[in-house]
Design a protein around this ligand. Structure first.
Ligand SMILES: Nc1ncnc2c1ncn2[C@@H]1O[C@H](COP(=O)(O)OP(=O)(O)OP(=O)(O)O)[C@@H](O)[C@H]1O
Length: 294
């Protein structure tokens, strides 16, 4: 069953087309990573599903209904990119206030524990650190035991420990059958968690598949060499990283690259070839899109 659907959705803001005939179906239980460069339309799509906007054309459905209808959103939790919490309210009061809107909320203690916020019930939200505040905002999306959550950049501004605490909570929710739509600029998080990845670019869906599908579609490989040497001009190079005496070359054609290196007399010390990451594939796809060669 599909919990949420967008059918040929276009959303315009004046002259800007934020979404251009986007269709996507979100089945129950899926962990979907929504990726795209800045301004690709990710937040706009989430806002449509959250019932905050209506599309210029096309149709958006949540549990088979228009998401602007409150009943359609009863089983949905959302953490927008930016959230404001009343500074004078205590953490526990915030949770109780949100939980009161739902028939079967998660017990306060359990919710706070899931997101590493135990012991902060009596703290006013204005006295929380930025990371704690963000985690509370994310936790609130889960207060009503939703079937589907939309998390727009939930880990922005969190340190490593806080990110782990947050992912533990989200992972536990998904392991129990919860459906997650996540946008994040941390692609290694999406790579580790998402079962499906949808890439938007300038309002259009440019890729939709599993992490493996996306990586395989571009077949980017990471070729690593050790040593200090001048690099010759290389054709078909999709990226270059240099750290200390380790050079990493990204390419879709390892054979041709190695031939060029050999021909130029580059010493192939500690040569390693690894599969590219989701981030490598993402950058190759969005670069190709912006150059109009996909
Ligand atoms: N309320 C609005 N008024 C005018 N333009 C808007 C509005 N909301 C979004 N846009 C424009 O629509 C496009 C898509 O924006 P959106 O915020 O959905 O992108 P995004 O993929 O979430 O970007 P980011 O990664 O930067 O958060 C952008 O060009 C943005 O400037």
């Amino acid at each position: 069953m599909h919990l949420a659907q967008a059918e040929h959705v276009t959303c315009r803001f004046g002259a800007v087309t934020a979404l251009d005939r986007v269709s996507v179906e979100i089945p129950e239980g899926q962990f979907l990573g929504l990726l795209g460069p800045n301004g690709a339309g990710k937040s706009t799509l989430i806002n449509l599903f959250a019932g905050l906007r209506r599309p210029t054309s096309g149709r958006v459905r949540l549990g088979g209904r228009d998401p602007r209808h409150p009943a359609a959103r009863r089983h949905t939790g959302t953490t927008p990119q930016e959230t404001g919490l009343p500074a004078a309210l205590r953490v526990g009061e915030c949770v109780d206030f949100v939980a009161a809107h739902y028939p079967d909320p998660m017990p306060r203690g359990e919710l706070l524990e899931r997101f590493g916020l135990t012991g902060l019930e009596r703290r006013q939200t204005g006295g929380l650190s930025g990371g704690q505040r963000r985690r509370l905002a994310v936790a609130l999306a889960f207060a009503g035991r939703p079937r589907l959550v939309f998390l727009d950049e939930p880990t922005t501004g969190l340190d490593v420990e806080a990110r782990h605490a947050l992912w533990e909570g989200v992972r536990a929710y998904h392991a129990e059958g919860g459906t997650v739509v996540l946008t994040s600029h941390y692609l290694e998080e999406v790579e580790a968690l998402a079962e499906r990845v949808l890439i938007l670019d300038r309002g259009r869906v440019v890729r939709d598949g599993t992490v493996e599908d996306i990586r395989d579609a571009v077949r980017i490989r990471r070729v690593t060499l050790r040593g200090v040497f001048p690099l010759p001009p290389l054709s078909g190079l999709a990226g270059l990283e240099q750290e200390g005496d380790v050079t990493t070359l990204l390419t879709a054609d390892v054979d041709a690259l190695v031939r060029e290196l050999v021909a130029a007399g580059v010493p192939l010390a500690d040569l390693r070839v690894d599969a590219g990451s989701l981030e490598d594939a993402f950058l190759a796809i969005t670069r190709a899109e912006s150059e109009g060669i996909s």
